[in-house]
Design a protein around this ligand. Structure first.
Ligand code: 8Y7
Length: 266
């Protein structure tokens, strides 16, 4: 009997920035952000990941107030309109705090709660948290990524951040981990992480994988962001086969289908 219970979840990306990496800020005005949220929901995403600051190398930093003004109204609107889990992509504890008050379900932090007060803000709530690995800082992380053992080092970092969470009483059922594809990693580093993804999924926390439209695809295919869908799907399938539970993507409908087919086989 074909069971599609417990399908890996799809997290659709909603960037509310004028300088986002792959959509050029098409969703900057709040109406079109909401229309894009509707598409993400209708295409079958389980989670919507709302970001108000680009983590692209060289992107302009955004003030706390600006980031709050970008993301909070759309969180409130989505909360009342669609039954979808809301994730907020932020590293600022003040933004986390406001997002939690507005009804966010997940904090997606590329800094893995290393920012000032971030651990405490999440600990004082019931939200889940995605702990992501990054080597260096967004601005310079791709200058010279360097590892002796990329899988071991990323795993050690994530386990250390998991421990920091548990020590402050963020319970294990609230923790998601993510090797952070493209964040201070060469193409070879990214491929090694995908090849050995089971090293992460076997730890026991849900693993989130975000490869949608990323430069690792562009490097292999020699294609611009607009032509990386098939490559991203190939990696999503490999990730699900290796036990990933959440796939973060710009291309929700296609990813939902790919996951259903992958899961029907495995
Ligand atoms: C990831 C992410 C980005 C990722 C998690 C992009 C915010 C760059 N990538 N969060 N954020 N994992 N957890 O190309 O891989 O989407 S931004």
């Amino acid at each position: 009997m074909l069971s599609q219970d417990n399908l890996p979840k799809v997290m659709g990306i909603l960037n509310i920035t004028p300088d986002s990496f792959s959509d050029g800020g098409n969703f900057f005005s709040s109406k079109s952000a909401f229309e894009q949220a509707r598409i993400i929901f209708e295409e079958g995403a389980d989670i919507i990941d709302i970001g108000g600051e680009s983590s692209r190398p060289g992107a302009k930093p955004v003030s706390i107030q600006e980031e709050i003004d970008r993301v909070i109204p759309i969180i409130e609107q989505i909360r009342t309109e669609f039954p979808i889990s809301i994730s907020v992509d932020t590293s600022k504890s003040a933004v986390m705090c406001e997002a939690i008050k507005a009804g966010a379900d997940i904090i997606n932090d590329i800094m893995a709660l290393q920012g000032e007060n971030s651990l405490a803000v999440v600990a004082n709530s019931k939200v889940k948290v995605c702990l992501m690995h990054m080597q260096g800082k967004p601005k310079t992380m791709q200058t010279n990524p360097n590892y002796n053992d990329v899988v071991g080092e990323v795993k050690t970092f994530l386990l250390e951040r998991v421990k920091a969470c548990i020590d402050i009483d963020i319970t294990e059922d609230r923790i998601i981990i993510d090797p952070g594809f493209g964040f201070g990693k060469t193409l070879e580093n990214n491929l090694t992480l995908m090849r050995y993804l089971v090293e992460f999924t076997k730890i026991g926390y849900p693993v989130l994988v975000g490869v949608s439209r990323k430069s690792m695809l562009g490097e292999i295919l020699n294609k611009p962001v607009t032509e990386r869908l098939s490559g991203g799907i190939a990696l999503a399938v490999l990730a699900v086969e290796r036990g990933a539970e959440i796939i973060r993507t710009h291309d929700v409908a296609t990813t939902v289908d790919a996951i259903k087919i992958t899961q029907a086989v495995i």
